[in-house]
Design a protein around this ligand. Structure first.
Ligand SMILES: [Zn+2]
Length: 77
């Protein structure tokens, strides 16, 4: 099973619909069991004006930064 960090690394491709089926299923299984990740994905999905190009340009650093802060706050490990 994916850790939260691994799940988030797949998120850009997932939101683009470009994730291979096996990885997509694994990510969805993680999201099914991980409330913090669900909240994070929901936030991204609901962001108005979020387009593929913006996502590609902004995801790696912005998402990594915000997610690591987010996970530090929400997970004990
Ligand atoms: Zn998670």
């Amino acid at each position: 099973m994916h850790t939260c960090k691994e799940a988030i690394e797949l998120l850009a491709a997932y939101l683009d619909g470009e994730l291979p089926p096996a990885q997509k299923q694994a990510l969805e299984e993680h999201l099914g069991a991980c409330a913090p990740c669900v909240d994070f994905v929901a936030t991204y999905r609901q962001t108005p004006g979020l387009c593929k190009k913006a996502l590609e340009a902004k995801m790696p650093k912005d998402l990594a930064d915000s997610l690591s802060a987010f996970l530090r706050k929400h997970t004990a490990a």
